[in-house]
Ligand binder design. Structure first.
Ligand SMILES: [Zn+2]
Length: 148
């Protein structure tokens, strides 16, 4: 993958064909993580409409049909798991950089006074929080001195 692309991505989802599970690659600072996940649309209420959510990772506002619920196992071979609300497409890195229509819609819905750098910082914090919660071990810790 071209390096320029990586620099704009903190989260890369590698979904299965039906999109209900996959592997998530997470980058925060110099650390790279990978974890499997399960993904579902948020459940609908009695009127059949799914409520909008705000993504727990990137804080993007998502309308009901774009809102997901992601589940991670907290330990290998264990049944304990933790779930978060999320962007169903898991393209959080692009939404916070205004590279998607979704990101622009979210900005008009939430009217946050926060810069793009802060949104990126917040996403990285969320990734660190997630890595801690589900006890992820880094797969790569790179030395930025060598990569620049
Ligand atoms: Zn998101």
């Amino acid at each position: 993958m071209p390096k320029a692309l990586w620099e704009n991505l903190e989260m890369i989802a590698l979904p299965t064909k039906d999109g209900t599970a996959g592997v998530l690659i997470l980058e925060s600072g110099d650390t790279l993580y990978a974890t499997s996940y399960e993904l579902h649309m948020v459940s609908r209420d009695s009127t059949g409409r799914a409520k909008p959510v705000i993504c727990d990772f990137c804080k993007t506002w998502q309308s009901g049909n774009r809102a997901g619920n992601i589940t991670f196992s907290t330990e290998r071979h264990s049944l304990s798991s933790v779930s978060f609300l999320c962007c169903l497409d898991l393209r959080c890195s692009l939404h916070i950089r205004n590279m998607t229509q979704t990101g622009k819609i979210s900005r008009s819905q939430l009217r946050e006074d926060i810069s793009e750098e802060h949104r990126i910082e917040r996403l990285k914090n969320s990734i660190n929080m997630l890595a801690y919660r589900i006890k992820l071990k880094p797969i790569i810790v790179s030395n930025k001195e060598n990569t620049k």
